[in-house]
Design a protein around this ligand. Sequence first.
Ligand SMILES: NC(=O)c1ccc[n+]([C@@H]2O[C@H](COP(=O)([O-])OP(=O)(O)OC[C@H]3O[C@@H](n4cnc5c(N)ncnc54)[C@H](OP(=O)(O)O)[C@@H]3O)[C@@H](O)[C@H]2O)c1
Length: 278
Amino acid sequence: MLRDLTQIALVTGGNSGIGLETVRALVKKGAKVYIAARREGAAHEFIESLKADHKPGYGSAEFIALDLASFRSIENFVMEFKRREQQLDLLFNNAGLIIPGGDKQVTKEGYEVHFGVNALGVHYLTTLLIPLLQRSGKKNPNRPARVCFTSSIGHLAAPKCGFDPADPSSANVSFPILPGYMRAYANSKMANILYAKGFFNILLKTIIEPYLLYPAEFGCLSQLYANTSAEGEREGGQYFVPWARKGKTAKSAEDIEVQDRAGAWYDDQIAKHTRSIE
Ligand SMILES: NC(=O)c1ccc[n+]([C@@H]2O[C@H](COP(=O)([O-])OP(=O)(O)OC[C@H]3O[C@@H](n4cnc5c(N)ncnc54)[C@H](OP(=O)(O)O)[C@@H]3O)[C@@H](O)[C@H]2O)c1
C-alpha cells in the first residue's frame, strides 16, 4: 500500500508500459507527476484519461518532451522542468529501449543507441537534476528525495568485467548466443546499476530498481516500492527484483572500482559534448 504522496515526481517513459502504470499509481496518491518522453500524443492521451478518472485527493500529470538520445534535448528538458518547479522529490529513471537489430543506430552524439539512451542519457539527466533533488532533501529532511534506476535481469549478460571503456556497448565481445543489440542492451542495463551504486555511494539517498516484467501493472510495483514506501527509505543502493524483493546483481556491479571507472568515463563523455546550463 502506497503512502499519500503529495510530492513532485518525474517518470521518464511515463507514457507507456511500466512507466505509465507508475504514473497512474502516483497520481492516485496525490502526486504531481511529470511525464518525460518523446511521443507527446501518447502522453496527452494518457493525461486526458487520468483527468477523466479524477477523484478528490488525486494528483495530476503533465508532459515535458525529452529525448534521451540527445544531450541538447536533455538540457532543454531540465531547463523547462526548472522553469516549472523548484525541486524534485521522486525521480523514476524508467525510460529505456531495446531495438531488435538496432545496435548500429547511434544517438545524436554518436553513441550506440542502447548505451547512449539507457545509460549515458540517463546519467546526464540525473546529473543535471541533482540540485533539484538536493533542494527537496533540504526542504524535507525527514523525507529525502529518492531516485530509482530501472535496470533489468538482462544485465547479467553483460561482460564479466562490468565495464570496458574501450567497448562500452559490448560491440566487440564475442558472445555467440546473443545478437549485438541484446549485448548492447545488457551492457546498458549493467551501466544503470553501476551508476546507481556509484551515485548512492557518493551523493544521496538512492534506490535502484531493477528487473521488471510484464504485465506493466505488476512491473511497476518494485519501483513504486523502492521510491515511495516507508521501508524503502532504509534501502538505499539496493537492487530489487519482482516484486519488491531484494535481489542479487552480477558480481562486477558491486565492485566499487568498476563503479568508479564507469562513472568517470560517463562524466568524461558528457563533458566532451555539453555546455553548462547552470
Ligand atoms: N517490460 C519488461 O518486461 C522489462 C523487463 C526488464 C526491464 N525493463 C525496463 O523497464 C523500463 C520500462 O520498460 P517497458 O517495458 O515499460 O517499456 P516500453 O513500454 O517500451 O516503454 C519505454 C518508454 O521509454 C520511453 N523512451 C524510449 N526511448 C526514449 C528516448 N530516447 N527518450 C525518452 N524516452 C524514451 C518511451 O516513450 P517514447 O517512445 O514516447 O519516447 C516509453 O515511454 C525500461 O527501462 C526497460 O528496459 C522492462
